[in-house]
Design a protein around this ligand. Structure first.
Ligand code: G6P
Length: 367
């Protein structure tokens, strides 16, 4: 096992550091010059033109990748997308028609609820596309179309590189559909792909700032409650950041859309409550900043995360992390990294079993 960890103390840390490679492996076979190619997926132009609605169905971390996927696909294609956790989807009598594309997302491809949702969608006549990390998994075998993430085996229960490569898969899928439907220009596709190809080195840069996350983890390790806030894609990203932290640190953690704070959660912010505020969406930066001011006024200790250049954040937040500049659509693929590191170091600081958190399993094959 020591050899498999490749010199890292835990599988989770190894898997976090493998992300630049995993991003490259997931995108490079699918980028041909200025266009996305999805060889072997079988999504023809006719099929794409016939899709009227999309459902993204998954569990846990994979469902959080789906939240980002929803924004990406809707923004790029203007096709309406709903997201569901698989255990709810099956029982809520969703409206599934033959022009519905159901996207199931599953690292293992074996999650019982996700597999059952796939079967139900097919039974009702939907076309099913699977995003999975495991070739030949049940989900991969039963879906009509498969996009494989190339994360490589993920051992730690807390998912890291599988999640971020799911995001890459959604960017590729969204762009592929959009270039077919011509809902974006070829120049837009080219610019987005160029920005995507910079992500691996930008992730490297963030990994180089791991010590800051270690320091923040030391500050937050004794807390009992912690809050994450963000707007738009930042909200989707912090929902996953919060899950990561609670899974392995056992700290009660919640993610809120920053604008919702005033409708209840603000009552829980008292002197010393840690708040992690993600503010990478340029169009929403000022709004999130005003939420940071609000929580600070109630005594919160804030870790603010924003794009490079927003030095005004340092005047408000107690700690600040700047992430490299990319397109707004792509920031979740960068913001994930410091949030993973924060969860890792907090778990470590609390003396927990990082790779095997209590009560949780890597793959849940029973309902
Ligand atoms: C378990 C794991 C999670 C994972 C979820 C869905 O709960 O602990 O990390 O996100 O299952 O797994 P899947 O393999 O379907 O992505």
């Amino acid at each position: 096992e020591t050899a498999e960890k490749g010199g890292y103390e835990h599988f989770m840390l190894k898997e976090i550091f493998e992300q630049p490679r995993a991003y490259r492996d997931t995108m490079s076979p699918r980028i041909d010059g200025n266009r996305v190619v999805l060889p072997d997926v079988g999504l023809t132009a006719d099929i794409i033109r016939g899709i009227r609605r999309i459902h993204i169905v998954a569990c846990g971390t994979a469902s959080h990748a789906g939240l980002v996927g929803k924004s990406v696909i809707e923004q790029l294609t203007r096709i309406p997308v709903e997201t569901d956790v698989a255990s709810e989807y099956r029982y809520r009598d969703p409206i599934i028609t033959s022009d519905t594309l159901v996207i199931v997302v599953s690292q293992s491809g074996e999650t019982a609820d996700t597999l059952a949702a796939l079967r139900e969608a097919k039974r009702q006549g939907a076309r099913v596309l699977a995003v999975t990390n495991v070739v030949g998994s049940s989900v991969a075998r039963e879906a009509d179309h498969v996009i494989l993430t190339m994360a490589g085996p993920e051992i730690a229960v807390a998912s890291t590189k599988a999640y971020t490569t799911m995001l890459i898969a959604f960017y590729l899928l969204g762009l592929y559909m959009a270039q077919t439907l011509e809902t974006v220009t070829p120049a837009y596709v080219a610019d987005t792909l160029a920005a995507m190809q910079k992500l691996p080195e930008q992730v490297e840069a963030l990994l180089g700032k791991a010590d800051l996350m270690k320091k923040v983890a030391e500050q937050f390790k004794t807390t009992e409650n912690l809050f994450f806030i963000g707007r738009g894609l930042d909200y989707a990203a912090v929902v996953e950041g919060s899950l990561k932290l609670k899974e392995i640190s056992y700290i009660h953690s919640e993610a809120y859309a920053a604008g919702e704070l005033k409708h209840g959660t603000l009552a829980l912010i008292t002197e010393g409550t840690p708040v992690i505020a993600l503010a990478t969406q340029e169009a929403l930066f000022e709004k999130t900043l005003s939420n940071i001011v609000e929580v600070k006024a109630r005594g919160a200790v804030v870790l603010g995360i924003a794009n490079e250049g927003h030095t005004e954040l340092s005047k408000t937040a107690n700690e600040t992390l700047y992430i490299p500049r990319t397109l707004p659509l792509l920031t979740p693929a960068l913001a994930a990294v410091p949030l993973q590191l924060l969860a890792y170091y907090t778990s470590l600081a609390r003396g927990n079993d990082v790779d095997k958190p209590r009560n949780l399993a890597k793959s849940v094959t029973v309902e």
